[in-house]
Design a protein around this ligand. Sequence first.
Ligand SMILES: [Cu+2]
Length: 235
Amino acid sequence: MTLRIALFVSGIISISGCSNIAILTPKGTEAYSELSLLYLSLALMSIVLLVVFTLFTRFLIKYRERPGQENDFPTQIEGNKKLEITWVVVPVFILIILAIPTFATTYQLDHEAESVDEPLRINVTGKQFRWFFYYPEFNIMLENEVKLPVDRPVVFNLHSEDVIHSFWIPQLAGKKDVLPHKENKLTITPDETGTFDGKCAEFCGASHAFMTFKTTVIEREAFKEWTNVADKQEE
Ligand SMILES: [Cu+2]
């Protein structure tokens, strides 16, 4: 029976495509630091689950009703200082352990957008239900696709022409809101070449699900060549 359950669970895991969850396979500096936060919360959560379920099982067995005890009630008690202090202090500690790296990383990632020198700048416009990418440096405009050089920080200036959207390339960085009346910035530093899916992560209307784009990260030389060719085509 145990073997059957083990086979069933491993079968489910292997066909569910768990190995391909985008945020678990980061391809950029920012995505890596976000993933380590995720692992930290998962680790803390597992400890809590382990303690709760161990106590739960233990109490179920130890204090179960035995034959002849149907009408027995345990002595009713009220208040237990030691226990109450414990279950206030422990969660506070867990929250502190969780909060310090989370705040630090969040501020660092936000700060990065301002401090990066010589980043590649791309103006992103979200418009129901498409994405436009404009490279001011090269005067290039792309729709629903963006090309990036590997290992160079990119600062996206995000802006919406209508409703609130959310810019998300799961393998490269977390989500960032795309607002109509305010410009948001997002820094991404891809460290591997490849094609990564991008999408709108904020329900923005009937065709929201189709508001996707393709991110292609290429070698720096190839990127240079591409900007030269694309620049000439524009002229
Ligand atoms: Cu959208």
